[in-house]
Design a protein around this ligand. Sequence first.
Ligand SMILES: [Fe+2]
Ligand SMILES: [Fe+2]
Length: 265
Amino acid sequence: MSDQNAPNPQPLPPPATEQSSGCAASPPAPLRVAALADYHATRSTGGTQRALFAEIGANAEVLLLCGDLTNTGLPEEAENLAADLAGLRIPIGAVLGNHDCHAGRVEEVKAVLRRANVRFLDDEPLCVHGVGFAGVKGFGGGFAGHMLDPFGEEATKRFVAEAVNEALALEHALHRLDTDRAVVALHYSPIAETVRGEPLEIAPFLGCSRLAETIDRFQNVRAVFHGHAHHGMPEGRTPRGVPVYNCSMDLVGRVQGRPYMVLGV
Ligand SMILES: [Fe+2]
Ligand SMILES: [Fe+2]
């Protein structure tokens, strides 16, 4: 599939800033990365999951929130997630999901969560103990040889352009990382394998292979986390073999008995 209508890539921004002990540090053991997605905070969930995040803080050195942080994208919902995160003392990297965009108040939602020490990876990558984290929301468009092409109606071209732009943003973010090990956070899936279990008819709206094509151009990517496919499969691989984990809370809870993943990277 061609990307003939794709915009020209923008100049690369400077490398990611350091956090914690920084990108240059060489840890003695793998970094313990916790990930969850599809929290869907509502107006009535404030403070109800503090014990969950305290447990995550005890089991991991960094937390990734892979989108659908809120149910309808309201700042009040974000305040309730912020209340749940209040006691967490490990770095938190996040990307938004489609639900976070619904109310058209994305910047307000981000501002609330930044006050709870959440770093949005589409704004600025994160480095923790020598491991780099990059992320974008992503978008739909379908998988492999069945991706939607920028052909025909202008509306179709705009839909595909959104997916292409998200893949380009991920490419820029990964270029900013100069670490030997990198982790990618997404909301939409980069592969078909981890959305299997969802109705076949909605698969093209759950992710896009353009994200995997980007990931596979970076040799330092060790793992990819995403959400959005609540009824998908927990694990798959990109065409180059990079592990991909669907960390949607419903799914992980069903498979592992606790609603978050922890992986050594
Ligand atoms: Fe969701
Ligand atoms: Fe979603």
